[in-house]
Design a binder for this molecule. Structure first.
Ligand SMILES: [Zn+2]
Ligand SMILES: [Zn+2]
Length: 311
């Protein structure tokens, strides 16, 4: 399946295989990104320590962790990825705004940044020009380690491509999605405030609010960050390749479960516009179940599926 409808037509720049990222990352963006990766580690150690030594973990924290994980991960997988990047299904404008807001709470970048980078990934998958391939750092074990680091995290801290806006032209035409993307800092803040307020109200204590912040905010963000980045690193490295693609994408069961179906990444590269990534009954795909639920309630339509299961 070729995404002619979604990806920009190859121009002179697209045909040049030696293109390099040239836009230097602003100083403050670099440090915000460092904070977003290192900061959660402190929160995670605090939460585990408080649970280990003082038993400070209960049903409220578990419920906040699970519900915030589900909402924000679906915002990324069913929203940022399947809806906005690949247009796998259609929905109402107000639903798009809500889904974009939950995606923002996952703290993985603005809607527009995320979609642009991911489209570039599909266009140049595992070739020069792919923002986060683990296969472009040289041969041997050291090349693999460097490549995996780059695909997982390192690519946040290097130069960016100068043509990313062309990948999101159709999204920029939507005023409501432009607002949703620009409000990214607000969504990130709400991703911490909401579980803190619920935790505080559920227990009527400041400690409950702090634990809500830790488990519904920091812990779920930390886990889903690394699960998502694992799609870029692990799912282009370890797993099965039932479909022949011009890239190293793999199906990986663990990431299929944890990443709401996104770990069936070889299926996805074979059929990029399909709303369903887990193509077999046993390939657990939380995002696909969610999209089916939306369809059931008449909240999603034009749901795209692979025309056939062979590539
Ligand atoms: Zn990929
Ligand atoms: Zn994709």
């Amino acid at each position: 399946m070729v995404e002619t409808e979604v990806l920009p037509a190859p121009g002179p720049a697209a045909e040049a295989p030696s293109q390099k990222p040239t836009v230097e990352l602003p100083f403050y963006v670099f440090w915000i990104r460092v904070l977003l990766v290192v900061g959660p580690l402190i929160g995670v150690l605090t939460a585990i320590g408080m649970m280990w030594y003082w038993g400070l973990f209960g049903w409220v924290e578990l419920a906040l962790f699970v519900s915030m994980y589900l909402l924000t991960s679906l915002g990324i997988t069913a929203g940022y990825h399947r809806l906005f990047t690949h247009r796998s299904f259609e929905t109402y404008s107000w639903m798009k705004f809500i889904i974009a807001a939950f995606g923002g709470m996952a703290a993985q970048g603005t809607l527009f940044e995320w979609v642009a980078a991911h489209r570039r990934h599909h266009q140049y998958s595992d070739q020069e020009g792919d923002p986060h391939s683990p296969h472009l750092a040289g041969a041997g074990v050291w090349g693999a380690i460097k490549g995996l680091w780059h695909a997982h995290l390192g690519w946040f801290y290097v130069n960016e491509y100068d043509d990313l806006p062309k990948y999101i032209a159709y999204l920029r035409r939507s005023p409501s999605l432009s607002v949703a993307s620009a409000l990214f800092p607000l969504w990130v803040a709400l991703g911490f405030v909401i579980p803190a307020v619920i935790g505080g109200l559920a227990t009527m204590t400041w400690l409950g609010a702090f634990l809500g912040f830790l488990w519904g905010g920091v812990m779920r963000m930390f886990l889903f960050h690394h699960v998502t980045w694992g799609i870029n690193s692990v799912c282009h490295f370890w797993g099965t390749q039932p479909h022949k693609c011009d890239d190293q994408s793999r199906n990986n069961f663990l990431f299929g479960v944890l990443a709401m179906g996104e770990g069936w990444h070889n299926n996805h590269h074979a059929f990029p516009t399909s709303a369903r990534h887990g193509l077999r009954w046993w390939q657990i795909d939380g995002s696909w179940y969610f999209i089916q639920l939306l369809t059931l309630f008449r909240l999603a339509w034009n749901v795209k599926l692979p025309a056939s299961e062979s590539h």
